[in-house]
Design a protein around this ligand. Structure first.
Ligand code: ZN
Ligand code: ZN
Length: 50
């Protein structure tokens, strides 16, 4: 079972889990912010590589 402290990255196009206490999985997602723009996540994690 997943760590309950893990939450999904706040980037709407990102399927990654953010580290505990972090809102985004990566700096890249943080820079992208919570834009509603439907751009693909480019964080490089396998969950988003599709
Ligand atoms: Zn991602
Ligand atoms: Zn992310």
């Amino acid at each position: 079972m997943a760590n309950p402290e893990q939450k999904k990255c706040a980037h709407p196009s990102c399927e990654c889990l953010a580290p505990a206490g972090e809102k985004y999985c990566s700096q890249l997602c943080e820079d992208a912010g919570d834009d509603e723009v439907e751009i693909a996540c480019d964080c490089g994690h396998t969950a988003c590589a599709a």
